[in-house]
Write a protein that binds this ligand. Structure first.
Ligand SMILES: C[S@@+](CC[C@H](N)C(=O)[O-])C[C@H]1O[C@@H](n2cnc3c(N)ncnc32)[C@H](O)[C@@H]1O
Length: 187
């Protein structure tokens, strides 16, 4: 598959998880909408996306007119329970602190169908290095560990992205399948 370099590598993962292109997919923090354009090219039709920045939503709507967009903060989402087959975000959670991320994951868990997939591509903190920048909050290993109680068939891999022609290291791709039954709430 040829893909635009700035497209998140998790788009490919979604395409390989599902042959069925009629599944419902939500992107949180879609930015300019490049991931949605790519998903659309791959045949996915039921696309939903939110971003808190109305300017981004405007640009994304022009690029991907068939996607259902909302200008919305991820922490204020209000969808039906068990609605989406796939929920994903890429380079969005790093702009939240860990309490906000817990809230985000709890709502993703609620809106995802049992056995639906949660994918994200974010930056993972290197525990051996001091945090260089306070502008973003890299994920910690213990945060990822907590997800294992709620998602099964988990895979975690290191990743990098090409952003504006530059290779950005330190990425992590998380893929988890929502457990059918979970004994306790996420938070
Ligand atoms: C670095 S861009 C990533 C865009 C896109 N996901 C991608 O992979 O190219 C981060 C986007 O997340 C959005 N964002 C950050 N925090 C958000 C929040 N709490 N709720 C909704 N969108 C958020 C920003 O407005 C921005 O468009």
């Amino acid at each position: 598959m040829t893909r635009h370099h700035d497209v998140s590598p998790i788009v490919e993962r979604i395409a390989s998880l599902y042959k069925n292109r009629n599944i419902k997919i939500l992107e949180i923090g879609c930015g300019d909408g490049i991931n949605l354009v790519e998903l659309n090219k791959l045949g996915f039709k039921e696309l939903y996306a939110i971003d808190k920045d109305p300017e981004k939503i405007k640009i994304a709507k022009e690029k991907s007119p068939t996607t259902n967009f909302s200008t919305l903060n991820a922490l204020d989402m209000d969808f039906e329970d068990d609605f989406f087959d796939v929920i994903f975000h890429s380079l969005v959670g790093i702009f939240m602190n860990s309490d906000e991320r817990e809230k985000l994951t709890a709502s993703i868990f609620k809106y995802l169908k049992p056995q639906g997939y949660y994918l994200f591509e974010e930056i993972l903190r290197d525990d051996n290095k001091k945090e260089a920048s306070l502008k973003v909050h890299p994920y910690t290993s213990s945060e990822l560990d907590k997800l294992t109680n709620y998602f099964e068939e988990i895979s975690r891999e290191n990743a990098y992205r090409i952003v504006n022609g530059r290779k950005v290291d330190g990425g992590v791709i998380f893929i988890g399948k929502k457990r059918k039954i979970c004994s306790k709430p996420f938070i």
